[in-house]
Design a protein around this ligand. Structure first.
Ligand code: ADE
Length: 248
């Protein structure tokens, strides 16, 4: 089934301008595997001025997105003619659970994802009661949820069958989850190093000495078992050095 992604935002043009830059997305759209659309929050605004926000009760700086406006927008985006659609509504906020590759795999099993982007100083707390999950893409604060929604969308859609070619398979890549001996899903190792032509690359170092950068001999040996062993060892070495937290 097609994956439908809706991104509720005050900046639909911002989302729209990113979509063609995902060359891969365009291909997927043609194949009817993916439908990704911004939903303009302003169209659900109140009165003639299409108001979407208000001053915070109790005082304070900035404006807060209204829960009634967001509720209408979410209800409208969630409407579907398809029965038993597997759907998730996700609010983007730095206070959410941190997004990772394991979550990308989990979300890739849904038919419809609705992202709700906050902006300005925030949104009314009651919005939290009508979304399924809250997600953050990292411990830093962005201007709004638009980029996080696009980041998550790209990580998820590339895991859907048929979107990537066989060549760009998602097996063996960094962070793809593996099942451990207890049947638990955990993050895998970082990906092993890759090489291509030329076999020997001559470059000048910073000290202007000529250096030969060589492809590891084992990769030229034609011995598949040795290559596999080397890759596994390199992946482990690299993970231990760069991301020891993944080994816990
Ligand atoms: N909105 C602002 N910053 C964010 C972040 N880091 N993740 C998700 N949504 C956000």
């Amino acid at each position: 089934m097609k994956l439908s992604i809706k991104i509720i935002t005050l900046f639909p043009k911002f989302i729209g301008s990113y979509l063609p830059s995902f060359g891969i997305l365009q291909k997927a759209e043609k194949g009817k595997l993916l439908d990704i659309k911004p939903v303009d929050l302003r169209q659900f605004g109140l009165d003639v001025r299409q108001t979407v926000d208000g001053r915070p009760y109790g005082g304070g700086v900035g404006m807060v997105l209204r829960p009634d406006v967001l509720h209408k927008a979410i209800q409208s985006a969630a409407k579907s003619k398809i029965k038993n659609l597997k759907s998730k509504i996700i609010l983007l906020t730095p206070q959410g659970k941190k997004f990772d590759q394991k979550t990308a795999h989990r979300l890739s099993k849904f038919d419809q994802l609705i992202f709700v982007c906050g902006r300005y100083e925030g949104f009314d707390e009651r919005v939290r009661s009508f979304v399924d999950e809250e997600m953050s893409i990292g411990d830093y604060v962005l201007m709004g949820g638009e980029l996080p929604a696009l980041v998550i969308s790209e990580a998820v859609m590339r895991l859907r069958p048929g979107i990537l070619g066989k060549i760009e398979s998602t097996h063996n890549e960094s962070f793809s989850p593996v099942t451990d001996f207890n049947g638990r899903q955990k993050q895998s190792l970082l990906e092993y190093p890759q090489y291509t032509k030329p076999e020997i690359l001559r470059v000048k170092s910073k000290a202007l000495r000529v250096k030969n950068l060589r492809v590891p001999k084992v990769l030229l040996s034609g011995n598949h078992q040795k290559v596999e062993e080397w890759r596994k060892k390199e992946a482990e070495k690299r993970t231990k050095k760069r991301r020891p937290d993944l080994l816990n």
